[in-house]
Design a binder for this molecule. Structure first.
Ligand SMILES: Cc1cc2nc3c(=O)[nH]c(=O)nc-3n(C[C@H](O)[C@H](O)[C@H](O)COP(=O)(O)O)c2cc1C
Length: 143
């Protein structure tokens, strides 16, 4: 209804269940954003990486799927994209980077992009879609 009334694309953030994602797209959402809000609401809530594949499967090509939660490294980015996310978002990292102002946030994004490209190179993949195995990889770097 919001999408129809405003003509604006609606993105629903905080979706974890495939059936909820489906209801969002049926209600006109242009995208669903798999997020547990950084785990700040409820300890032991489901991880977004675990929820993402089922949401992607449910939504199909009806809408875009985004994800956030614990994205810190290039491997995190590649894994999320390999699991079917169209885009990843960052929460705490840019907040902390803001200590150095807009310059710090710009540096963070450039470094994460470089790490993402390096991950693809090390994996011998041209795109995250070529690297589905990385999505299941154990975390190799400390947070
Ligand atoms: C200080 C802080 C405040 C936040 N406030 C909100 C909020 O008001 N609404 C919301 O949807 N998510 C909120 N979030 C969650 C972020 O939008 C985002 O989903 C989350 O931080 C992503 O995980 P990450 O921090 O591990 O990257 C907040 C996160 C932080 C760290």
């Amino acid at each position: 209804m919001v999408a129809a009334r405003t003509g604006l694309p609606v993105v629903v953030k905080g979706v974890l269940r495939p059936e909820d994602a489906l209801r969002c797209t049926q209600a006109g959402a242009g995208a669903v954003w798999v997020s547990n809000h950084g785990g700040r609401q409820l300890d032991r809530t489901a991880s977004t990486a675990a929820c993402l594949p089922d949401v992607v499967a449910a939504v199909g090509d009806q809408a875009e799927v985004y994800v956030d939660g614990g994205i810190r490294t290039g491997l995190d980015v590649v894994a999320a994209l390999a699991l079917g996310a169209r885009a990843v978002f960052l929460g705490r990292s840019p907040l902390l980077a803001l200590l150095d102002g807009v310059v710090g946030v710009g540096r963070l994004h450039r470094e994460l992009l470089a790490l993402t490209v390096e991950t693809l190179r090390l994996a011998g993949c041209r795109t995250p879609g070529d690297a589905p195995g990385l999505a299941a990889a154990e975390r190799t770097t400390p947070r």
